[in-house]
Design a protein around this ligand. Structure first.
Ligand code: GLV
Ligand code: MN
Ligand code: MN
Length: 413
C-alpha cells in the first residue's frame, strides 16, 4: 500500500509558518538572519522536536531535523530548501520544500520504515542572497568561496551584522562542509515560480538543470548640482546614466540573447532630493543564462553598454562582481526516480529547466541531486501573490516522499 503525507498536518505547519514575518498583503518577509527568519527557524526546530526528531544547527546556521537510520554508517539523504525570503516575498518559495521535508520524516517515522539511510530535513541559510546567496548550501557543499564573503551581494556590513545576530562565526562557516561520502543524495521540492506547468496542465515538474547567474554592483559617478540653476547640457547626471543603462539592458538582452534574462533590481540615487541633480547612482544588476559561455558573453556586452552610457553622460563607472552561481545539470538517475515516483502516484510530469536559483545547485556539486516542481498560479513568484493550489503542494510532498524512498531503497548511493 502506498504511503502518503498527512495533508492536514502539512497545512497546519504551512499556515503557522506563514504567520511568521507575515505582511499585510498576504505575503511574508523573512530576510536571511533577520529576527523573523530566526523565529521561523526556531519554530521549525520546535516542530521537529515535538515530532521526536533529532535537531541540529551547523556552523553555517543550517537548521536540520534528523531521522537516523539503524543501519551502521548509514549515509544521509538530505531533503531541503530554505525559510528565508526576498523582500516582500510569497509564502511558498522555499517554505514548501522545508515543510514537506519535515513531513516526509514524520511519515517515515510513523510508518516505522527501516531505511538504509538517515533522512535529514534541512533549512539552508540565505538561499535568497540578501547576504551572500546560497550561503548555507555552498558551505555544506564545501564550495563557499572567500571572495563571496569578502564582497558579498548584500555588502560586508550587512553580512557581519547578520552573522552576529545569528551567533555565527565567519571563520567557521566552512566547517559546515559535509563529507560527500556521508551523503546519499539531495532532493528539493519547490514551486516552479514560472508559468510552464500551469500552462501545460501538468502536475509535477522534473527539473533538468538550474540556470547560472551573476550579480554586479555598478556605480555611476557624476556631479551633484543645483536642480534649478544647472542647465540641462551642463549636467553630469548619474540618475540619467542609470536610467539609460536600464533601457540598454532590456534592449540588449531582448534583441541579442534569447533564453537569457537580465534585471536591474535596484537603483539608489544620491543625494536623493527633488532639487539636487543626482551625483551618484548605485545600480544592482543581475543576469542569468544556461551556460557559462553565455554568461561570459552577456557580462562583456552589458559592461560595454554601461561604459558607453557612462561616457555619453561624462560619468565615471565602477563595476564590482558580487555574486556568481554556476549553471548546473541535475542528476539523470534522480530525475528518473522522481518521474517514476510521480507516475506511481498517477501524476502527470514534464521535464523543465529552472530559471530560478536553488540550493540544489550547490548540493549537486557533491552529491546526486534532484528537484521536484509544482505549478505556480500565473507563474507569479518573489511577490506576495505567490500561490500554488493546495492539492498541488500535497502532490509535490507525496512525490518527495516516494522519491526519497526510491533513492533510499533503490540501489547504490
Ligand atoms: C532565488 O530565488 C533566485 O532565483 O533568485
Ligand atoms: Mn526558493
Ligand atoms: Mn526565491
Amino acid at each position: 500500500m502506498t504511503i502518503h503525507v498527512d495533508p492536514d498536518r502539512l497545512r497546519d505547519d504551512f499556515d503557522a509558518l506563514a504567520a511568521i514575518g507575515a505582511t499585510a498583503d498576504g505575503g511574508i518577509e523573512r530576510l536571511a538572519l533577520t529576527p523573523a527568519h530566526l523565529e521561523a527557524r526556531a519554530w521549525f526546530l520546535r516542530r521537529a522536536s515535538e515530532a521526536g526528531l533529532e535537531t541540529v544547527v551547523d556552523a553555517a546556521g543550517n537548521h536540520s531535523a534528523i531521522l537516523p537510520s539503524t543501519a551502521p554508517d548509514a549515509p544521509t539523504l538530505l531533503l531541503g530548501s530554505h525559510l528565508d525570503s526576498v523582500p516582500r516575498g510569497g509564502r511558498f518559495d522555499g517554505a514548501l520544500g522545508v515543510l514537506a521535508a519535515l513531513e516526509v520524516l514524520r511519515v517515515v517515522q510513523a510508518e516505522r520504515l527501516e531505511l538504509p539511510v538517515a533522512l535529514e530535513a534541512i533549512d539552508f541559510s540565505d538561499e535568497e542572497g540578501t547576504l551572500v546567496g546560497l550561503l548555507g548550501s555552498l558551505a555544506a557543499a564545501g564550495a563557499l568561496d572567500a571572495d563571496m564573503l569578502a564582497a558579498p551581494r548584500g555588502g560586508r556590513k550587512a553580512l557581519l551584522a547578520a552573522l552576529a545576530r545569528a551567533g555565527l562565526d565567519e571563520a567557521r562557516l566552512i566547517d559546515a562542509r559535509r563529507d560527500p561520502r556521508t551523503l546519499a543524495g539531495y532532493l528539493e521540492l519547490h514551486i516552479e515560480q514560472g508559468p510552464v506547468l500551469e500552462q501545460a496542465g501538468v502536475q509535477i515538474g522534473v527539473v533538468t538543470a538550474i540556470v547560472g547567474s551573476r550579480s554586479l554592483e555598478l556605480v555611476f559617478e557624476g556631479a551633484s548640482a543645483h536642480a534649478g540653476t544647472t542647465p540641462m547640457a551642463a549636467r553630469r547626471d548619474a540618475g540619467l546614466g542609470a536610467a539609460r543603462f536600464v533601457d540598454r539592458v532590456h534592449e540588449t538582452v531582448s534583441s541579442g540573447f534569447p533564453g537569457t534574462v537580465a534585471t536591474v533590481g535596484s537603483i539608489e540615487l544620491e543625494p536623493g532630493a527633488f532639487n539636487v541633480v543626482p551625483g551618484r547612482a548605485r545600480v544592482l544588476l543581475e543576469f542569468r543564462a544556461g551556460t557559462a559561455a553565455e554568461l561570459d558573453r552577456l557580462e562583456q556586452r552589458l559592461l560595454d553598454e554601461a561604459r558607453s552610457v557612462a561616457a555619453a553622460q561624462r560619468l565615471e563607472l565602477q563595476a564590482r562582481p558580487v555574486g556568481r552561481w554556476e549553471p548546473t545539470a541535475l542528476d539523470p538517475s534522480v530525475r528518473a526516480v522522481i518521474a517514476a515516483a510521480a507516475a506511481s502516484l498517477g501524476l502527470s510530469t514534464q521535464e523543465l529547466a529552472s530559471g530560478a536559483g536553488h540550493d540544489a545547485q550547490a548540493l549537486a556539486q557533491v552529491t546526486r541531486a534532484g528537484m521536484i516542481f509544482v505549478p505556480s498560479v500565473g507563474g507569479v513568484s518573489h511577490q506576495p501573490g505567490e500561490l500554488t493550489p493546495w492539492q498541488d503542494c500535497v502532490n509535490g510532498a507525496d512525490v518527495l516522499l516516494q522519491s526519497a524512498l526510491g533513492l533510499a531503497l533503490g540501489g547504490p548511493t
